[in-house]
Design a protein around this ligand. Sequence first.
Ligand code: V47
Ligand code: SF4
Length: 354
Amino acid sequence: MKAIIDKLNSGHRLEKDDIVYLYGCNDIFSIGQLAESINARLNKNRVYYTVNRHINPTNICVNRCKFCAFSRSENEEGAYELSIEAILRQLSGAVGSDSHLPYKELHIVGGLHPKWPFEYYLELISTIKKTYPYVYIKAFTAVEVDYMSSISGLSLDDVLLKLKNNGLDMMPGGGAEIFSPKTRQRLCPEKISGKRWLEVHERAHLHGIKSNASMLYGHIESFEDRAEHLLMLRNLQDKTGGFLAFIPLAFQPANTELNTHTGSGIDDLKNIAISRLVLDNFNHIKAYWVMLGEKISQTALLFGANDIDGTIVDEKIGHSAGAVSAKALPVSILKHMIEKTNKIAVERDSFYKD
Ligand code: V47
Ligand code: SF4
């Protein structure tokens, strides 16, 4: 531990061996304190939250990843697809209980639908943008963007530019899972490779589309897999500077094909703290309350995280897999969670402007 503290204090970066060591070390207080001192340097005592809503246009997906309890095959019980009109009705509050408008951000992700054309996605975001011009649209994972390229026959660059011209403001961090080819093959054999995920984000950054990054942990991955994943993200960020936030995603095991669950509260806090230490070129580490649960997410704010995401309103992916957190949180609770850590709650937009 002392060697790692010295390394960081002398301005050196953590490398694979250091990261694997930290994941195996149970001195979470030292790791957390170190991460918190770096977070304080970057973000002082400010913690961000946002007023956002998740929209999942369909759960029909051709990939059927082993860890995903949200997806369905076409015609399977529970499969759904939403028309653009139905999504607009959700947003206007005509369906459901949207008491949170005006949103700062809409987070739109879904399954890889076998029949929808690329035009559906363009029309979806352009219609939302016309109806709510001041809301930022954070939409479509690298997996979906790659799929849009294959269904439309357009190049990755053309897809990204068309999305941008039709209202896409930034991309979320989903679909990264674990980059290591061997582990990825066991988790999600149909999904694009880690290399392709990174390529999609690199091209997006080059076109001025910022994005987030994530890592799914607590299943079959090794500490080496985690270390390599973080280092690949750090390398790309050195190159482009296009990532805004990193989100470690705690695996929720219910209703999935994986009968393993290696996560724990201690491991959750370690993932937050270690990512804060390794990703020295990311400004923001998000403690996503949906997957962590409200209490660990709040505690993570003392272990290097500076963002707890937002109101969400209708979370489906984690809850399909047994997440025990609320499906939505009001601003008053988000602020309470932050303020009880003696930090200042700051409402942000997608680009961390308050
Ligand atoms: O891509 C799927 C993951 C992701 C499970 O960018 C699961 O701001 C846990 O990426 N247990 C979607 N995770 C969520 C996501 C996200 C969430 C909040 C904010 C942002 C952001 C991004 O959820 C998927 C996949 O990696 N996932 N199944 C599961 N059983
Ligand atoms: Fe489809 Fe995404 Fe679920 Fe994989 S994680 S099955 S790509 S919806």
